[in-house]
Write a protein that binds this ligand. Sequence first.
Ligand SMILES: [Fe+2]
Ligand SMILES: [Fe+2]
Length: 702
Amino acid sequence: MTDRPIPDDQPLHAAILPEEADPAAHDPARRRFIKLGALAAGGGLLAACSETSLSSDPRSAAPAGQQGQALPSATFAQSRQILSEPMLQNPGPDSVRVVWFTEAEAGRHRVFVGEQAERVFEATTTRMSQMLEDSGSQVFERPTAGLTTPEPRAVFRHEAVVTGLTPGRRVPYVAVSEFGGAAFRSSYAYTLQPLPRPGQPLKILLSSDQQNNRMAAANYQKVAETIGPVDAVLFPGDFVSQPNRASEWFDRASVNNPSFFQSLQGTMQRWNPSSPYRGGEVLQFAALYGCLGNHEYPGRWRLDPRTDDPENTGPKSINAMDNDPQPRWYAEWRYEQLKATINPTDDPAFREKWIADNSFDFATYREMWSLPEGPEGKAYWAQRFGDVFLISLDANRIWRTWNPNQRGKFTEAFDNGLRRVGDNPAVWGFGDFTFRPFGPGSRQYAWLESVLRSEAFRNARYRIVLTHQTPAGLGDNAVPVQAIQRVTVELTDGTLIGPFLATEWPQRWPEVLDRLRAGQVRYMRYEYPLDADLWRTAIEPLLLEAGVHLVHCGHSHLWNRTQVGAMHYLETANVGNSFGAMFFETPRSGVSPGQGPRPNQPGNASWRNATVNASPQRTTLTWNPDDYPTFGDPHRRPMAMPTIFNPMRAFGQAEEDVPFIASNVLTAFSIFETATGLVSSYVFDTRDPSGPVRKFDEFRIG
Ligand SMILES: [Fe+2]
Ligand SMILES: [Fe+2]
């Protein structure tokens, strides 16, 4: 199945990994099919399925049973009710979880393990609680244009805990689902393993921000073809864009926007036959370790009438809900206002649901991924994985628009008719507020300190931190920095309330609300001072002191890296929809659009004292332009040039060498190899499906 992508006559090929381009060579067990005779001994005969009406994945035409009878002849690809191939999650010392998804619940779902399929593990089935489709969905053979409101979609998750495994030894497995009188197996026997043993050489994929981005299928296909099966995937956030839209995960029909599992399981052409790329079989062999990104936090859930806030009556599309969180303190205050009517007994479970539905939650992430857990569940955690110690942080905030007179980063929507901000706080945004505190004094910070002191962390050969939002780098999303907001309220008589820290909102709210109700609030200012960057001032010093080797992030959809002391930062998320690397102070010819400067000139709510008096005057408030650098890393740290060759220049995306890939035709991925400590980055030009994969950068950690 694997095309070797690297012809020998290309000039830059010396830097490529050519030896194991065929995954089957890397893992001979991969293509072995499990025999039914052994299956019978392990778990009883399965009825072969004769359903052939659906188009099948061409790769499923591989020999079905070489000796004796095979597993059910129908594969997962032949039932549209099966939404994913099986994948590995959260391995333990002698175990790993095998997970897959179907639309059919009834039946039996099992995993067969071993060379002779001698062991059988029953799966536990749960229904995903927030899976939806609406008119914004693109679902395979399922019209959605008529959906005026989001409609629940049945998605069932099957998880079998496979036990009795030996570290360092992969064994074959296959998933089988039976329902509707038929049985289906996953296409191939994949292989699984528990947590690696110390010293076990590992290949770990570093990636991020799939989000149905157009180069994702090409990207992960090239990972599989070039590297073969990897041992883990480190994925710091933004799995999809709207996590409650089922088709973004499974069966999206869009050649240019593969769903998450289509690209990371090599099933793109199952739903998009005309796609030149099929994706890569990655998650079938490798546990994914993620961290929350801003896109893992959908906003207010407004599909349960019991928890609707009557003052928030806007549209209820998936996208509208997704980008509409409010701070938890606000939901708690609002609940107190309404509780006598909505929850007269003050039932704590209903209270918690009301507050979650009216602020934010990450239910789909929690339900989809089996992960290690920290003191606040899956929100942040630490885990040893072979010679690597992983720390996953939740340092996220909502992303809002740069625009000046809307609910955005910097203020609330301005009502021109009233010459003041809108006076319904139920639709305010409160700027780019932080979802979960992570600075000093927070539960997460105390936990991080204790993890960094632990023996397991200190003794690890490699120490890696996952965090989503660009803590260092050129990305457009690196600005504004992650400071706790400074809030200023400008009244119509010109006086000010504040500035005060956003953490003081609950105490300040009664006074601000009184003024708001009286029509006296003219403008809001949310500031993010550069010198109050929480990551830079509080987290980075801790990590440096503790000897963290690598911070792996995402969020700006590009490739770039830098080094601070002995610690490296790497974003390797260029799978499409790049937000650009703000590298040049002024736009210049010969460079891809979006390479600078940032568009931070928000009109009347001006950054700049010089332009604040532009008419019409709406505010006397100004923002300090120094807090919002228009180009470069916000703290002016230099980014590393690729060490092997410069992809942007080599592929005609820039006329000079630049320290980044920000492109919607070039895609990049990175591989960390524990045997050598090398982090190697590869680039592929998606315009030529038969083109080479080239290694362009390498650095060593540990
Ligand atoms: Fe993203
Ligand atoms: Fe993001």
